[in-house]
Design a protein around this ligand. Structure first.
Ligand SMILES: Nc1nc2c(ncn2[C@@H]2O[C@H](COP(=O)(O)OP(=O)(O)OP(=O)(O)O)[C@@H](O)[C@H]2O)c(=O)[nH]1
Ligand SMILES: [Mg+2]
Length: 424
């Protein structure tokens, strides 16, 4: 079999797990973890994130899906300059998923229903409990995030092993039928399929996420096309600390969690605190009190000798959203005008016509060219005016064709012609 074309969007500085990702601009992150670790609390806080956009129809799609505006200074800069009546930020879709427990892969708890929810998301926020509170029951009695990591990891691997076996059985049956073989005849599967299967099985048997495996491009395509696995998805570990530990960036589990993550293929770890975020959010209508609260937290760290920018107390939620967006290998481009400033999401590596297609399918079909300014050039040259005139003068307003690879933060105007194009 000849090697398949490299998937659009694949590039060297993409997150490793993005190799297996879908190349789409409507990707979802799911909140995964044991019961009572703070997933729904985090979800609720994320749904309440606001943007400077009065008319943006911020919504919780249903009780378990939120579209969170992705904080972006470049977008905000254009909004402040154009001051248009309509303002639409990029959004990250986040799903709240019910807690997983030991035995879920065998159907315990919400079992398979919940695992199918995880299968439908593109990336995972793995929420870990590192806060102590006797009033909040831990499903396994004590707080031990390493044990919890092991529980979740092994349930996900077990589920993938089941899926893998089902895929093998289906493939065997289809080859048997295709070749007209009898029930007892030995079936030889295509070599690449069999090799990929063996590699994936070895990883899962040793309780290792498939995203950590070493695969050739052909094998990656097989995993993507033929196996639908959970452990190929990118994971961001978010560690729920008490307010005190969060403010001091200290908790006896953080180092151990970091070591575990490193030993299991690596990944991003973001310490946060529901307790801190809820208290901060509760003061949102009282900016003075909110500031006093933050100052008090910063002073608490300073009192034990912890000073510097990393100990200045602030909400971590914007970082969680931004990191999720990035892990899904998404970037945005911007359109700006008198009527609207909008951030559009595309996958990294998207070509100009594909980006145009995100705005409207006609734009992709009838694509002629894209007029593009990079955000940095715009900021340096616009001279306080909400227009591209100065950039044109400076030769920084570029015309790009069909093969142009979109860059994060491009400010774009698409030229298209649909008269000759087929109607949908
Ligand atoms: N003390 C303390 N309590 C917390 C913290 N985070 C969450 N809780 C409490 O823990 C309980 C469970 O939190 P949820 O956010 O509903 O937990 P969950 O992970 O969604 O749980 P399931 O949906 O059952 O899987 C709630 O009573 C929260 O208020 C925290 O940081 N500190
Ligand atoms: Mg919940």
């Amino acid at each position: 079999m000849p090697p398949k074309k490299k998937a659009a969007g694949a590039d060297s500085d993409a997150p490793l797990s993005a190799r297996f990702g879908r190349v789409k601009n409507t990707l979802k992150m799911g909140l995964v973890g044991l019961p009572n670790v703070g997933k729904s609390s985090l979800f609720n806080l994320l749904t309440q994130q606001s943007v400077a956009a009065e008319n943006y129809p911020f919504c919780t799609i249903d009780p378990s899906e939120a579209k969170c505006p992705v904080p972006d200074q470049r977008f905000q800069y254009l909004v402040d300059l154009w001051k248009p009546p309509s303002v639409v930020p990029a959004v990250l879709s986040v799903w709240d998923i019910a807690g997983i427990i030991k035995g879920a892969s065998e159907g315990a708890g919400l079992g398979n229903a919940f695992l199918s929810h995880i299968a439908s998301v593109d990336g995972i926020f793995h929420v870990l409990r590192a806060f102590e509170d006797d009033a909040i029951v831990h499903v396994d009695d004590s707080v031990d995030p390493i044990r919890d990591l092991e529980t979740i990891q092994s349930e996900l691997c077990l589920k993938d092993l089941q899926t893998l076996q089902a895929t093998l059985d289906a493939k065997t049956a289809s080859v048997r039928k295709e070749k007209g073989l009898g029930r007892s005849a030995e079936v030889i599967l295509p070599e690449h399929f069999q090799n990929t299967f063996n590699k994936v099985k070895a990883l899962l048997d040793s309780n290792t996420a498939v995203s950590n495996g070493d695969f050739t491009n052909i094998e990656i395509e097989i995993v993507k096309d033929e196996f639908t696995l959970i452990t190929t998805k990118p994971i961001i570990y978010v560690v729920n600390l008490s307010k005190r530990d969060f403010v001091r960036k200290r908790n006896k589990w953080l180092g151990k969690i970091g070591d575990w993550v490193k030993a299991h293929g690596g990944g991003l770890c973001i310490p946060f605190s529901i307790e801190f975020e809820e208290e901060l959010f509760g003061l949102k209508d009282y900016p003075d009190q909110q500031k006093a609260f933050l100052d008090e937290c910063t002073a608490d760290a300073a009192a034990v000798g912890l000073t510097g920018p990393q100990f200045k107390a602030k909400s971590i939620l914007p970082r969680i959203i931004k990191t999720g967006y990035k892990q899904l290998n998404l970037i945005n481009f911007l359109t700006a005008g008198e009527k609207e400033v909008k951030a559009w999401t595309v996958f990294k590596g998207a070509l100009a016509p594909q980006a145009a297609g995100v705005i409207h399918t006609d734009f992709e079909r009838g694509f002629i060219k894209a007029e593009i300014a990079s955000f940095d050039d715009f900021k340096a040259l616009h001279g306080g005016v909400a227009s591209m005139a100065k950039l044109k003068e400076a030769g920084k307003y570029r015309q790009e064709g069909k093969t142009y690879v979109m860059q994060d933060g491009d400010i774009v105007l698409f030229q298209f012609n649909v008269t000759g194009a087929k109607k949908k």
